[in-house]
Unconditional design. Sequence first.
Length: 553
Amino acid sequence: MRSKRFEVLKNRPVNQDGFVQEWAEVGLIAMNGPNDPVPSIKISNGEVIELDGKRKENFDSIDTFIARYGINLKNAERVMGMSSQELAKMLCDPNVSRSDIIPLTTAMTPAKIVEVMGHMNVVEMMMSLQKMRARKTPSNQCHVTNVKDNPVQIAADAAEAALRGFDEQETTVGVVRYAPFNALGLLVGAQTGRPGILTQCALEEATELLLGMRGFTCYAETISVYGTEDVFTDGDDTPWSKAFLASAYASRGLKMRFTSGTGSEVQMGYAEGKSMLYLEARCVFITKGAGSQGLQNGSISCIGVPGGVPSGIRAVLAENLITTCLDLEVASGNDQTFSHSDIRRTARTLMQMLPGTDFIFSGYSATPNYDNMFAGSNFDAEDFDDYNVLQRDLRVDGGLRPVLEEEVVAIRNKAARALQSVFKNLGLPEIKDEEVTAATYAHGSKDMPDRNVVEDLKAAQDMIANGTTGVDIVKALHQGGFEDVADAVFNMLKQRVSGDYLHTSAIIDRNFHVTSAVNDVNDYRGPGTGYQMSAERWEEIKNIPNAVRPDSI
């Protein structure tokens, strides 16, 4: 006979997840792998001649790049001689300021910083993350996609997401040639919802850069780096080529960060027997050396790999912390679903939500997950109310705000009409009134009518071939009577001239004021310091629409 209790447990959602025992030889180990190198550095005449147990003549390309550009050599030998446990204590000690610890953490080698992380539990890492994030004020980013690549729905969803509080928005495509329309819909919708939203379209790198230069997008982050040479030597994939690409974005005034995450190398079969966190640390040092302002990490699309091994979610938190320790902006993942268990996915999110990061999600799905073309998110549009209640329960600023149905309907309608006007004035395929109405009230693409895909794809390609730019979008909006949205898009184009939002952890408010690690320095030193939620923000968070009010009784 079977135990009835075990029969019930077998059917619990968590037991639909995949788990594996540690297998260090192929990299299926989260942290503290037996094959990880012992921390070391030797410097001669200002040049690194040994890095983490490897002599210069044996360096691979990643070692060479990190040794030349990724480490603060001034303090390196001193820091490498310090106790890793004592350094871990300094990280989570609120009496040691971020400004005091950064000169030390940026002088570590990848193996050293991983050894430091190994001394910390998740609570200590969260304490450290609260202090070490670059920008004082936490924020959030979302995904806005749909399976039909319907630009009208994207515009409406983007407007609602802006209203709900997301400071950055990202889209991608099911059909690559739809990219210009998706980027256009996201740009118009986001600026309708709230002026100053940063938007991007995740594509292959040349197209992504082209759309940015044309003014269809405001930033990029899907610039991938990897921790082993076998993974990172394919075509344009080298540390030097990525550094060149980072410079290309910066020279055009476009914000850009790299992307990496624990588990990518083992997923591609080239982990070299090293732990996931050690390989990810190498990615963070590459990012630092390349001069990128930040990193999207937190396992990202590989989350099922660390999620299946012991201490894997702890390692994901550690990689976010390492990024902040190297004085980089961090968009801390939480963006791909990894578990059937609501308990697990919430616990995974709280690791970043409670201490706060520059972007708690690098892709909260602003659509239902069936429409998420990034393979589904850890939280989606059906979780908005839960997320708002979590903020309220814990008095934590997770970057979002409660909204009223009537204001959502109004802003979705305005965004759809604004895009309808742009399509008309640019001579693009018609957006019909019934599409506008459907997008106004839709939950997802199942509620949207189909468009003529062939006609759309031809028009999208013609738009790029004809040299359409962001200025043309501004003109089309103004011509259609959407002067406020036109002004918002134009102001976003002007940002790349000033370049202020190229600073680490930059976001832009509705008045086009840039907040970054330069003018919003994280000065956490314990209770009552660092980011403190304002009375106005607390009123916004706690007043969810379905809470009973005394004057209604």
